[in-house]
Design a protein around this ligand. Structure first.
Ligand code: SAM
Length: 325
């Protein structure tokens, strides 16, 4: 086993694996209504091919985490068997899922039994009308999904909130209090100017420092060490409601490119070394006459990773649901 090291000396051991580019929500900051992220053109990877990729990256390069994402990964009909197959192929791998949780409640127990370790859930407002305006979805189904995950034995999920000026920035404190009550860590995300939502996200942008100040007025905040492979700046918070943890993901105001250990594979089999760089490599040549070719895989992956951008900084016109957030 060799380590996968990029041109800047960063070790790459995290994979974001998108299993579908379809989504059941229309989040304002991701894809405005009418924008369909569905793959047009090349056929999506099969689950078998996805498992082969993960097995290869784990065996050849010591991949440590795969995060299944999308689009909305719970729309992928064979998600549960896919998780089981990945677990079987790489028993020591950390397997995580990022989801909007709308469809989580009925599936949580089967995902846990299949070997899924952890969940990140997107939740941008605790007000049902506002949640619907921001995402087009129903808050109650998300809350049921969170309850279902806890009942299924998952550790408390991390909850991602994209903070947008004038739309939900007045909820950063209530969200932290809700997180404390439920022992859930809230992650405040800066909106990235990606794809068709780029303009809205620039206009509505709220920097992590501003959110931190709003929270510091209500909580005592103590910085925590950054977790392994984590891109979040984490704090312990203490206030009238009790104590808990929060994190900030600030790719715009405090880029974490120097700590980036990720690559992404889209649902249609393109490898993106950097979220903010439009360059990608096609994985299709890895399958020759239907069989996985480790030598070609090695070459495609190492060449793409060698070119991983040192600092993002580019313009990403591809919609987030296609990239795999
Ligand atoms: N559908 C799943 C979900 O909602 O969690 C997974 C895909 S979604 C693209 C992954 C994460 O990216 C979500 O937490 C979402 O809030 C975040 N996201 C999407 N577009 C973003 C943007 N432009 N800036 C910051 N975060 C974004």
């Amino acid at each position: 086993m060799t380590r996968l090291i990029d041109g800047c000396g960063r070790r790459i051991d995290h994979l974001r694996l998108s299993v579908t580019s379809a989504c059941n929500l229309r989040c304002l900051y991701c894809r405005p209504s009418g924008e369909d992220g569905r793959v047009v053109g090349p056929a999506p990877l099969t689950d078998g091919q996805r498992v082969e990729c993960v097995r290869f990256l784990h065996g050849a390069f010591g991949l440590r985490q795969v995060r299944l994402t999308g689009g909305e990964p719970l729309l992928h009909r064979t998600l549960v068997p896919l998780v089981a197959a990945i677990r079987n192929a790489a028993p020591s791998l950390d397997i995580a899922l990022t989801t909007n949780a709308v469809r989580l409640a009925p599936t949580a127990a089967r995902l846990r039994a299949a070997g899924l370790d952890r969940l990140n859930i997107s939740l941008d407002s605790l007000d049902p009308n506002r949640y619907h305006r921001l995402t087009g979805g129903s808050l109650s189904s998300v809350l049921k999904g969170i309850d279902g995950a806890l009942e299924a034995g998952f550790p408390p999920p991390k909850v991602n909130m994209v903070v947008l000026r004038g739309l939900n920035d007045d909820e950063v404190v209530p969200m932290a209090e809700w997180g404390i009550r439920r022992e859930i860590e809230i992650r405040y995300l800066e909106a990235m100017p990606i794809g068709p939502a780029a303009t809205v996200n620039r206009q509505r942008f709220v920097a992590a420092d501003e959110v931190r100040k709003a929270l510091a007025a209500r909580f005592e905040m103590t910085p925590l060490l950054r977790g392994w492979g984590s891109t979040a700046m984490r704090f312990r918070i203490q206030g009238d409601a009790g104590d808990g943890c929060i994190g900030f993901i600030a790719p715009i105001s405090r880029p974490f490119c120097a700590q980036c250990r990720r690559i992404r594979v889209t649902a249609d089999g393109r490898l993106y070394p950097c979220l903010l760089d439009p360059r990608s490599a096609d994985l299709a040549p890895i399958w020759q006459h239907g069989r996985f070719c480790a030598r070609t895989a090695h070459q495609i992956v190492t060449e793409a990773v060698a070119e991983k951008s040192p600092s993002g900084g580019g313009t990403q016109s591809t919609v987030m649901v296609r990239l795999g957030g």
